[in-house]
Write a protein that binds this ligand. Structure first.
Ligand code: PMT
Length: 401
């Protein structure tokens, strides 16, 4: 299994003075968890919003704030930027964006930004009026032209209760952008579609037959593929935060998922079915609510279509088709049967009865099976690590063709 592209990378995290500064602490923690060495810098204004002690505790070293009398180095204005593999400014205020555009190097962060050849990600956060002001629009456009990566703010609730565009992007989205920049880019130009979550089959207007899938494993596969340069479509039944660079198609039932996946198969190169699709659905869903006073209803079930088997039957030679197998016994034998019957290039088998494995956990343990190859076991690891192993195998299959 390859390591996260952030492992061992020196990432400068510049925090400027906005209410979203608190989210930089979570971002720092996630970067450190992914193996990066985080060098935190805070502007004076940022320290009005969060404490340097808090950020420093969740970064890899104490926060630097001073251009002068900096205890870490006598020449902080060049040292920090020169040593960086990547600089992230989150949140970036309108003032810090304007200063960066002009090269106005009045503090440690702005000096660092112009004394580096490392890629830079700017994550703006401000009120909607400010974000849409022509000066900010112009500054952002100029930075983009210079090759600065902009992770655009989201729409939602802003400080003071206002609603609109300007909320700092989710830390997971910023992390995804960093992975995309520092990653191997071995799926650049490749179109990948992933299904995630459990389908819900209506019984009546309020009740469904569902399963325990949280969508975490499918989202991790989508995020990993996007981080490696793929154009990713995620056909999802759940509302987890959208990974950076991924387009989501929301579905609910097996029939809706089938339609979305079959349509996507036309112009996608890699198809991954990580979703837990219901095998049975009520033959007739009541249009209203079935009333309790009418007694216990008899629900007649009928089989759903096997989406993956259909995709396998119509597979193009250049498709890479990946299935998952959720088993509670005879893991490898059962998964091998599915690999062959559904004409897959890879199946990811998980024993969902094992502790920490499968449905809803943050971790998984899987066996990767490919036609004619020895099974590869991935011991209990984060779902993102498992996703990395799955995408490694997909890249390998493509390279071998
Ligand atoms: O979502 P999480 O909480 O993170 O949990 C992850 C997971 C356990 C859901 C995931 O790791 C997983 O195992 N996904 C497949 C679950 C499943 O439905 O397995 P299965 O063995 O029943 O199906 C085999 C394959 O056929 C799967 O790729 C499935 O998507 C597909 N299938 C199944 C039935 C059906 N009607 N149509 C299908 O396409």
């Amino acid at each position: 299994m390859s390591a996260s592209p952030l492992t061992g990378k020196r990432i400068v995290l510049g925090v400027t003075g906005g209410i979203a500064a608190y989210k930089a602490i979570e971002l720092s923690r996630r970067l450190v968890d992914a193996g990066a060495h985080v060098v935190p810098i805070m502007t004076d204004a940022a320290q009005h919003f969060v404490g340097a002690t808090t950020l420093g505790a969740l970064a890899s070293e104490p926060v630097q704030t001073e251009l002068w009398n900096n205890p870490t180095t006598p020449i902080p204005h060049t040292k920090v930027g020169q040593g960086a593999d990547l600089i992230i400014v989150a949140p970036a205020t309108a003032k810090s964006i304007a200063a960066y555009r002009m090269g106005y190097s009045h503090d440690l962060l702005q000096n660092t930004l112009i004394a580096t050849r490392a890629p830079v990600i700017v994550c703006p956060a401000m009120h909607t009026e400010m974000w849409e002001h022509p000066s900010v629009v112009d500054n952002i456009a100029t930075l983009r032209k210079r090759g600065v990566h902009i992770v655009e703010p989201e729409s939602g609730r802003l400080a003071g209760g206002d609603m609109g565009a300007g909320r700092l992007a989710d830390p997971a989205t910023i992390l995804g952008a960093a992975e995309r920049i520092l990653g191997p880019a071995d799926l650049t130009g490749v179109r990948v579609v992933v299904s995630a979550g459990g389908t819900r089959e209506p019984i009546d207007a309020v009740r469904v037959i569902a399963n325990r899938s949280s969508g975490k494993q499918g989202y991790a596969v989508a995020a990993e593929a996007a981080a490696r340069g793929a154009q990713v479509t995620l056909v999802s039944t759940v509302g987890l935060p959208t990974p950076a660079g991924v387009q989501v198609i929301a579905v609910e039932t097996a029939a809706e998922m089938q339609e979305a996946m079959e349509r996507a198969a036309i112009d996608h190169d890699v198809i991954v079915m990580a979703a837990a699709v219901a095998d049975f659905r009520p033959a007739h869903a009541a249009s209203g609510k079935i009333k309790k006073r009418d007694g216990v209803p008899e629900i007649v079930l009928q089989p759903t279509p096997d989406i993956l088997a259909g995709l396998g039957a119509n597979k193009r030679d250049d498709h890479v088709l990946v299935g998952f197998a959720a088993e509670t016994a005879n893991l490898v034998d059962n998964a091998q049967g599915k690999l062959e019957r559904k004409r897959l290039d890879l199946i990811v088998a998980n024993d969902v009865s094992a502790p920490g494995v499968g449905f809803a956990h943050d971790t998984n343990a899987v066996t990767l099976l490919r036609p004619g190859a020895k099974p590869v076991e991935i011991d209990l690891a984060t779902k993102r690590d498992v996703a990395r192993a799955v995408i490694d195998a997909v890249v390998d299959i493509r390279n071998a063709r």
